[in-house]
Design a protein around this ligand. Structure first.
Ligand code: UDP
Length: 394
């Protein structure tokens, strides 16, 4: 883990204070480094509170809030966005003088950190948690990100080999990339009381004998909640917990669409939209299986590891980093992204073959406990930071 006597100071940077998967991962990293690090955020919100409650110093950059509405798929940065980026970079460069290295946790914060790194003569590491491809980013944003990374990133830490491959395929330099998988703490899953399933079901008003699927992703069309609802139409008697919030602006319309859909007689009474929750382990315990339905390649997919830590059978979309986490037919059932009949068949298999489902969940638990540990994550990040500081890459 991180030596407590470490002298170099790290400034982690994130553009959002909303708690998505990237932020939950940075929360664990920043907590491990807290004696020698701070986190600079462009916005106030739940992430800032979560960091503070773990004893991590938070620096809020007031100039950054205006960057909230710049999207990955926006066609080209507007002059106003460029000016705001410069202002934010200047503010970050002032803060960076008290640190030895900038560590950006998102594309937006990387671009700002790259500029700040030039102004303050500090090296910049980018933790890349996105598949850099035209499915997620506009061509202009891909060109800018890759060009700036190739020039200014001392290292790009990819959260999966799939993420690394997409970066390189887009023109990114292979020599600066290091793959460090996410690590998830099993303790909140292990600490659940034996009656967690029954108690959680009672609190949600779900019958003890209902067959319940769980989906744990922010609400967004690419996370595939529509695919799950389509599959439920063909799975009579099967219920679903849809857990996750409309985290970013513009996603409220999608949530409204799902609300209308679940009230339709074909689904009425079978789907609970629970919004963003802080008790995912307990909710996983209430499910008979977890389904991951992303219709685009998932960069990593923390929910996969969490489902297995929660000892649940898992069905996942076969794309992106998913095959680095699970093995089809051994630790999970994989289905082609967006393939509703295949998802229906996979759910029927899990429901009708409980011995197979239990064996996959057990094999998956043993595997993720070994391979996706918080210790491995922190050691991987630490090794990258040490390599950059030792080589004095600026
Ligand atoms: N999550 C959560 N509350 C919710 C829904 C999801 O805490 O209501 C967590 C989930 O447990 C996981 C993370 O959000 O740790 C999502 O990470 P993932 O890598 O699956 O997707 P991302 O949001 O990074 O695209």
């Amino acid at each position: 883990m991180v030596p407590t006597g470490r002298r170099e100071r790290i400034l982690f940077v994130d553009h959002t204070a909303v708690l998505g998967g990237a932020e939950l991962s940075l929360l664990d990293i920043a907590t491990a480094f807290r004696h020698c690090a701070a986190v600079a955020l462009f916005d106030a919100g739940p992430f800032a509170h979560a960091l503070a409650s773990r004893g991590v110093r938070v620096i809020t950059l007031s100039a950054g809030t205006a960057l909230r509405n710049v999207k990955k798929d926006s066609r080209a940065p507007s002059p106003a966005a460029l000016l705001t980026t410069l202002r934010c970079a200047f503010q970050l460069s002032q803060a960076a003088r008290g640190f030895d290295l900038l560590y950006a946790n998102s594309p937006k914060s990387f671009l700002v950190s790259a500029m700040a790194g030039v102004l303050a003569s500090r090296p910049v590491v980018w933790h890349l948690r996105d598949i850099v491809s035209s499915a997620h980013f506009s061509p202009a944003n891909i060109r800018i990100l890759v060009a700036v990374a190739n020039q200014r990133a001392a290292r790009v830490v990819a959260n999966s080999q799939a993420t690394a491959d997409a970066f390189v395929k887009s023109g990114g330099r292979l020599d600066i990339v290091r793959v460090v998988h996410n690590g998830i703490d099993p303790e909140p899953f292990d600490a659940l009381p034996p009656d967690a399933r029954a108690a959680t079901r009672r609190s949600l008003g779900i019958a003890e004998d209902a067959f319940v699927l769980g989906s744990f992703s922010r609400l967004h069309p690419w996370k595939g909640q529509r695919v799950l609802l389509d599959a439920l139409e063909s799975l009579s008697g099967v219920h679903a917990l849809v857990v996750g919030g409309a985290l970013f602006s513009g996603e409220e319309a999608f949530e409204a669409e799902l609300r209308v859909r679940i009230a339709h007689p074909s689904l009425a009474g079978r789907v609970l939209l629970l919004g963003a929750r802080g008790d995912v382990p307990r909710l996983i315990a209430a499910c008979d299986a977890v389904v991951h339905t992303s219709v685009l390649p998932e960069p990593f997919g923390r929910v996969l590891v969490e489902a297995l830590l929660g000892r649940r059978p898992l069905i996942a979309s076969d794309a992106g980093g998913v095959r680095e986490i699970v093995q089809d037919g051994v630790t999970a059932l994989l289905v082609p992204p967006g393939d509703v009949p295949a998802l229906v068949r996979a759910v029927q298999t899990i429901r009708d073959e409980p011995a197979l489902a239990a064996a996959m969940a057990e094999a998956g638990l043993a595997d993720v406990r070994l391979r996706f540990t918080p210790t491995a994550l922190i050691e991987g990040v630490s090794a990258v930071i040490d390599g950059v500081l030792d080589a004095r890459i600026v």
